[in-house]
Design a protein around this ligand. Structure first.
Ligand code: NAD
Ligand code: ZN
Length: 236
């Protein structure tokens, strides 16, 4: 069966995505050859994006974060837009994403489970006051709250745990859908990557440019661009 036939045969589709879903919007992923992990910085990005690094070198964290993680001019691409349409048509139940860029919501998706948080939510570590991504982008050095506290983005850094309610709902969605589309993810970041194992439906589909460890377990594997692939889907 091709992707269209699978979707025509589906009642509840769930989409599980990663950084590759946003590369067609111009946001670099981590592990592609042109991804962030293959560029040169003073520290490896895995280290910069850790809780320990944030606490110890907050300014260096924010220099990297503002420069590389806050892509606020990026627009939703064909993947984000098609998924929003599929949800509106009652075909797609939810988007589960490892991305922190907020582009699914910007495209109009309503049920988005952001496993790793969002750059659009930032809170003072002392008083809890909320700040937007623009507040962070427009700040210099370490962004400070009006109370003097340090502001922290609500993104899950390495060494930090995922939000329990989000994980529970994501597992519920994955284990109750008939079709799971995994796309644009190297499936190497845990525990997120392990969640796809809860799938027990009919059609497991994977759309990714490079090979992944799950290729052999899927009913359909498309080694191509996720935006181009989803764009061809006809919603009936
Ligand atoms: P990853 O960088 O490890 O892997 C991305 C995968 O997507 C690669 O296998 C690559 O082949 C594939 N890919 C890239 N562009 C594609 C395209 N157009 N079509 C199809 N496949 C494509 O990403 P990951 O597995 O999501 O793990 C990285 C972690 O980094 C995540 O936890 C995420 O939170 C974070 N991250 C987020 C963003 C974002 O919010 N946009 C960007 C970079 C990293
Ligand atoms: Zn404060």
């Amino acid at each position: 069966m091709d992707l269209q036939e699978i979707l025509d045969d589906s009642h509840k589709v769930v989409f599980f995505g990663g950084a590759g879903v946003s590369t067609e919007s111009g946001i670099p992923d981590f592990r592609s050859v042109d991804g962030l992990y293959n560029q040169k910085y003073d520290y490896p990005p895995e280290e910069i994006l850790s809780h320990t690094f944030f606490m110890r070198h907050t300014k260096a964290f924010y220099d990297f974060y503002r420069d590389k993680m806050l892509c606020l001019t990026a627009k939703p691409n064909k993947a984000h837009l098609k998924l929003a349409e599929m949800e509106k048509a009652g075909l797609l139940s939810s988007v589960i994403t490892q991305n922190i860029d907020g582009l699914h919501t910007a495209a109009g998706s309503k049920k988005v489970l952001e496993l790793h948080g969002s750059v659009h939510r930032n809170y003072c570590m002392d008083c809890g006051k909320f700040y937007t991504a623009e507040d962070i982008l427009n700040s210099t050095g370490v962004p400070k709250c009006s109370c003097g506290g340090t502001i922290k983005p609500n993104v899950v850094l390495y060494e930090e745990g995922l939000d329990d309610a989000t994980v529970t709902e994501a597992v519920r969605e994955i284990s109750s859908c008939d079709t799971l589309i995994i796309a644009g993810t190297s499936l190497t970041v845990y525990p997120a990557a392990g969640m796809v194992r809860y799938f027990k439906g009919k059609h497991l589909v994977l759309i990714n440019r490079d090979e992944t460890s799950m290729d052999s377990a899927c009913d359909l594997v498309i080694h191509g661009k996720v935006g181009e692939t989803l764009d061809k889907i006809v919603i009936r």
